[in-house]
Design a protein around this ligand. Sequence first.
Ligand code: FAD
Length: 391
Amino acid sequence: MTSTLADTDVLPYGEFLTEEHHAIREMVRDFATREIVPKAAEVDRNARFPIETFKALGKLDLLGLQYPTEYGGAGSDYRAYAIAVEEIGRACGSTGLSYAAHCSLATNPIYLFGTDEQKKKYLHKLISAEWIGCWALTEPGTGSDAAAQKTTARLEGDHWVLNGTKQFITNATDADMAIIMAMTDQSKGKKGISSFVVDKGTKGFYVSKVEKKLGMRGSPTASLTFEDCHIPKENLIGQVSDGYKQALQTLEGGRISIAALALGIAQGALDAALTYAKQREAFGQPIGKFQFIQGYLADMATQVHAARLLVYHAAWMKDHHKRVTLEGSQAKLFASEISSKVCNLCVQIHGGYGYIEDFPAERFLRDAKLCEIGEGTSEIQKLLIARQLGL
Ligand SMILES: Cc1cc2nc3c(=O)[nH]c(=O)nc-3n(C[C@H](O)[C@H](O)[C@H](O)COP(=O)(O)OP(=O)(O)OC[C@H]3O[C@@H](n4cnc5c(N)ncnc54)[C@H](O)[C@@H]3O)c2cc1C
């Protein structure tokens, strides 16, 4: 029997996925097909954050798949979450990126390191989409070298006073709360970084610059500025000086998100290219009959399958409480790089139509590129992998 794409992308994936994971995939795919695909081009064109999609995702319990029910979560696991990122990313890269930033970067530190009061205050709101969250590590002067933070926090009586600027922060324009890394002791370098939660509307805290981007345009990216911003002492997350350690742990899970997002975008591009190859005719036959095009599609399908195995394996390890420093970076490096390649071939298969906005191919390519940069560039992933190899 000839295998079709529909067969290949819902393989059982061995031990990695259970019946529950398949059911969650069906549910997310159904929602994404109905609600996200139809407006993907519009949110990209207008650089519009689709808040209504987040409200709907909240109602479906899809913003808290990996969190316990006591906080309003679905009580599932990281694989369920990775599948949701994949399916949402397949429909719209921008929505997938904002979804990952909200569910992983903003929610996870409160869940992992927050006090009971912080969990009570933020988790239900984030998981129900009453509030949107963002997470701010990067600054104008530092991204990869995250330890070189310039934002400061000093304790004054019952308040921390924040000063500095965070840059390239996903969801910043629409966020009701932000998690901020800041130096509490410059002399200690990365061991002097602490993390804080800051609510929208706090005096001295504002969105300062909204970026115009190559892709992921429906996912807002902006700077956050702090000018003598006073926040209550209780807004410290975890212990003083734990900020860098927390950020690394947050990013370890976040890398699996970005790998899943890259995978979803690649699958979207493969679907589009395959459909087009069957419909478009040249020299009296569908272009999919030409061996060059078949070779491209064979490579694309193989790369997507390999990326999916890496993503599910890393998520499976995380669900089994194993360290994923190596596997998360490998999944992120591989999935993001093949995603760009697959999306580039998708454009090529579409010919001239691949280069214009009437087809999603050009958007897939623009969106995919971000996955090689955000939450640690490919070069940084290689560095982390090499370290795990003992180099
Ligand atoms: C759309 C978008 C959304 C983002 N969302 C967020 C967010 O929500 N929160 C947040 O905190 N940040 C976010 N970022 C920031 C992102 O994580 C950083 O851009 C990224 O980590 C790279 O940092 P940089 O831009 O400062 O590049 P740099 O660190 O300046 O790197 C420039 C180049 O040098 C290379 N390089 C740097 N150091 C090394 C090294 N040691 N060895 C080899 N090569 C090296 C890099 O790989 C890269 O190619 C976002 C960025 C974008 C574009």
